[in-house]
Design a binder for this molecule. Structure first.
Ligand SMILES: [Zn+2]
Length: 332
């Protein structure tokens, strides 16, 4: 049932055991970074516990936990988002507000319409404001019958400890670069170099890897590297223009800095462990450049990038930070 998940053996074992054992807790809490299958698992779990074609009995235990049929009325309704007992609570604006939880609570006072197990999905549980959290806590303290809450969040610390203590916690893992690479080649048809580079830079997240692929990330990466390499021969005007282009795009700024950092790291790495570089698509360039630059100069560039990355995280003036960085990188 969880066959689309990668590198999540422990969560799968745990969820399968719950389905097999039949003792379903009142609330589950899935944590982990974006894009590793938390929500997919929550929906698969809701389907498996309500599928009418996989009746759980001793004789058929094995087949029943192999997953929901995806064809019965219940499965189809859940897939299309039209099941009256599978309720999704999403932030309205930036928060999940107390009224949303209160409305939910009053609907939970009634029995489920048709489900064996009613499932309340709260995918961005960290978006609950304190009032909403406290309202939810009241329900979790006196859980309604045949109802399961599945909360998801990035970190445990994003939620009130009192909420966490009412939930069974399941941690989802970032996906290993190797398995992400295999996924990109086998399921998305990427070439092996492209898949390797994206897998190395996607921080273990499938959704990040997919969006990198969609948005021509490798092309952008190579543009940034070309610009960085031509800095030392550029005019002050062109250097500042590049700095402005980078700092204007706030949503890609930290990614751009990571690209620059990785580039200089590759130039150092190439001398000692050439097989470990990330920009394998640029190996010829790396080979010719790395012979010309002193290691000490590369290390000080890496240091400059890291200090800029720290400043950006600390929310300093990003334009100024990037200008200073680019001027430093322009020095030979
Ligand atoms: Zn089914």
């Amino acid at each position: 049932m969880f066959d689309s998940l990668i590198d999540q053996e422990q969560p799968i074992r745990f969820l399968t055991a719950i389905l097999q054992g039949g003792a379903i807790p009142h609330a589950l809490l899935f944590t982990g970074i974006e894009g590793i299958g938390k929500q997919t698992s929550a929906i698969a779990f809701a389907m498996a516990s309500n599928c009418t074609d996989s009746i759980i009995d001793d004789k058929h235990k094995k087949s029943s936990v192999s997953g929901p049929c995806r064809k019965c009325r219940s499965c189809k309704k859940i897939i299309s988002g039209n099941h009256p007992d599978i309720i999704l609570i999403k932030p309205s604006g930036s928060f999940i507000k107390v009224d949303q939880i209160r409305n939910l609570c009053s609907s939970l006072a009634m029995k489920p319409y048709e489900a064996r197990l009613r499932v309340i999905l709260i995918p961005d549980a960290q978006a609950m404001n304190p009032e909403a959290s406290n309202a939810l806590l009241k329900v979790l303290e006196e859980p309604p019958d045949r109802t399961l809450f599945i909360l998801t969040a990035v970190r445990l610390s994003d939620l009130l400890p009192t909420i966490v203590s009412r939930c069974q916690h399941i941690r989802f893992n970032p996906i290993s670069p190797k398995n992400l690479e295999i996924f990109l080649v086998e399921k998305q048809g990427l070439d092996s170099h492209g898949a390797m580079i994206i897998a190395a830079m996607a921080n273990g997240s499938i959704s990040k890897a997919l969006s990198m692929n969609r948005t021509n990330w490798i092309k952008r990466k190579n543009w940034i590297i070309t610009e960085v390499e031509s800095l030392s021969s550029g005019t002050t005007g062109s250097i500042l223009a590049f700095a402005e282009m980078l700092s204007q795009k706030k949503e890609t700024l930290s990614d751009s800095l990571e690209i620059i950092n990785t580039w200089f790291r590759d130039l150092v790495l190439f001398r000692y462990y050439p097989e470990k570089i990330i920009n394998k698509d640029l190996i010829d360039r790396i080979q010719s450049i790395s012979q010309k630059i002193m290691i000490s100069s590369l290390l000080s560039k890496i240091k400059a990038v890291e200090s800029a990355q720290k400043d950006i995280l600390a929310n300093t003036n990003s334009r100024l930070t990037i200008e200073v960085l680019i001027m430093r990188l322009a020095k030979v």
